[in-house]
Design a protein. Sequence first.
Length: 284
Amino acid sequence: MRILITGAGGRLGGELARQLQARQHTITGVDVGQMDITDFERVQQTVAEVRPELVLHCAALTAVDYCAEHPDEALAINGYGTQAVAQACQAHDAALLYVSTNEVFDGRARAAYQEYDRPNPPNPYGYSKWVGEQLVRDLVARHFIVRTSWLIAHGGQNFVHAILSAAGAGQPLRVVTNEVASPTYSRDLAAAITALIETGRYGIYHLVNAGHCSRYTLARHVLDLAGYTGTPIEPITLAEYRRASCPPPRSILRNFAAARLGITLRPWQDAVAAFLEAERLREP
Ligand SMILES: NC(=O)c1ccc[n+]([C@@H]2O[C@H](COP(=O)([O-])OP(=O)(O)OC[C@H]3O[C@@H](n4cnc5c(N)ncnc54)[C@H](OP(=O)(O)O)[C@@H]3O)[C@@H](O)[C@H]2O)c1
């Protein structure tokens, strides 16, 4: 398949480009330097030139606290920018896969969220991503919406890197116990997305590693696996952790739809162990 990836320099976009190339798809990856998604003309021109059968739309403003402080910028990139990508897909008859987030849900449900549950974003990042979802649904008939959570990727910064570097530097660790979701390894997510697009079964999907945990449990698990078993972590609540954004407290995504297609992801504990092992092998 001829595929255009937006946000190809990012954590998920880069992994997708690698895995799809290995499966003989023809990949064109673009980032903000080649195609700013808020530039309508540029997006139209790029899609006209590449003539993709599918656009994998990974570009986004993902720093949630920055989004809370700059809600219009979040909306301009994640909402309006996604509109430009969707309109280019419409004009050039390309299918569209939009990557979305657990943060479209408010996190107040006791049960896991199904693909078909009604979003109610609790913060400006989640709101901007929900706007993007609606534009994709309204403008492109052949679309996938893939929601995921707590991405753990090689390169760049993520929660696991932050915990390990704080422990390595001997800094005190304070981690919240009442924010719960599913950690998701970027390689597992990219493999699941690859399998999903090859089915051609458009729709809404939740793709996360199986199971869920609190940030505190994840941090403890990572430290124990990495040999910091004696390093203490002070348990705190979301109310004690001052930050600009307000995350959903309990946003567990249930993979109902993709499982029907035989697409499931391994338990998060195995994924974290695989991630740490791959990081160890990457060390010089
Ligand atoms: N990370 C997570 O935990 C998580 C969880 C759930 C869902 N998601 C979703 O998954 C997708 C991929 O996330 P990720 O973690 O791979 O994000 P990422 O590493 O932040 O990558 C996003 C990419 O988009 C680019 N970008 C930003 N503004 C742009 C613009 N105006 N035009 C074109 N490109 C632009 C960024 O370029 P610069 O770096 O140069 O700005 C970056 O390369 C996003 O849609 C995100 O909302 C992520």
